[in-house]
Design a protein around this ligand. Structure first.
Ligand SMILES: [Zn+2]
Length: 308
């Protein structure tokens, strides 16, 4: 019995040692800077079973959900609003809808390309994956929000992104702006497309002033050049359709928990206000108002409110 225990502990410690070795390798690989990606197009993940129950597909295609038309972000992101990480969703590409059309009509180029040039493409970089595109630009130039949206993350990462910002856009995309010298917005700020959100810089793991720019859909990055023509500083199309296996990659989402999002309703009782109801369902007054298309916060007893 004792011997089995010893062997077991030995195996465990060997396993953890090998994991550590892998981590160290990964860290070593990631410290290799400025390797130009050989290919900007993304290889299609091959091991995704076709018949996987596609919760997101069903939720995105429900006919009753006409809110998707005007403000898809709330529904897509399933009320997950976290400033902790870039991808708190952990939804693998296999769970994403086959196609998703993004309204790109209010796009603004995040920086002035006449002062900038692309220095590194999206895609594989040795054993690491480069989730964005690097655009060399001198420090202290304006960085603009690409679309209307809400600031989800403003953080500093000394060994990584430096000062960086993540914005969730109303159209369902999220964008990341990294290595800034100075962020000029706060978490939960509402931003308009073209609004100055920060100043370019050289913070974090960066060898020269540049903007690291990412475009993500439910946490999954895709090549920004698919959406944006960096030469003309315009989007390729006003309505851009993302396709599974083309734009989505599966690298960011190893572990996941699919949460089925169902509409939930609440009947207003005496003495209740929106704040109280929002608290009860762990949501915000703003989201309830958006879900019910309310202009003000007036509610009536007996009124049926959608809360999720
Ligand atoms: Zn980069």
């Amino acid at each position: 019995m004792m011997r089995t225990k010893v062997v077991f502990i030995l195996i465990i410690s060997l396993l953890s040692a090998s994991i550590k070795a892998q981590d160290i390798q990964a860290m070593a690989a990631s410290s290799v800077k400025r390797v130009s990606a050989s290919n900007s197009t993304l290889s299609t993940p091959t091991n995704i079973p076709e018949d996987t129950a596609d919760v997101y597909e069903s939720l995105l295609n429900t006919q009753q959900d006409d809110l998707m038309e005007s403000h898809p972000a709330d529904d897509i992101y399933n009320d997950i609003w976290s400033s902790a990480s870039i991808n708190p969703y952990k939804i693998p590409a296999s769970k994403l809808p086959k196609t998703f059309t993004v309204d790109c009509s209010n796009f603004t180029m995040p920086l002035d390309m006449s002062k900038a040039r692309i220095s590194s493409n999206y895609g594989r970089r040795w054993s690491r994956f480069h989730h964005g595109i690097d655009i060399a630009i001198p420090s202290w130039n304006n960085i603009y929000a690409a679309f209307d949206g809400e600031v989800r993350i403003v953080k500093y990462q000394r060994r990584g992104y430096g000062h960086y910002i993540v914005i969730r856009h109303d159209n369902g995309l999220e964008t990341v702006y990294a290595h800034l010298n100075e962020p000029l917005c706060k978490v939960n700020d509402k931003v308009k497309s073209g609004q100055i959100i920060g100043k370019s810089g050289n913070t974090g793991r960066s060898t020269g002033p540049h903007l690291h720019f990412e475009v993500r859909f439910i946490g999954n990055s895709f090549n920004p050049t698919k959406l944006i023509n960096f030469r003309t500083q315009k989007v390729h199309a006003q309505r851009y359709t993302l396709r599974k296996g083309k734009e989505y990659n599966n690298l960011a989402a190893k572990k996941y928990k699919a949460r089925k999002r169902r509409a939930r309703y609440h009947k207003v009782r005496r003495g209740e206000c929106l704040g109280k109801i929002a608290q009860r369902y762990r949501t915000s007054v703003k989201r309830i108002k958006r879900l019910n298309r309310m202009r003000n916060s007036k509610i009536k007893i007996g009124q049926r409110l959608r809360v999720r």
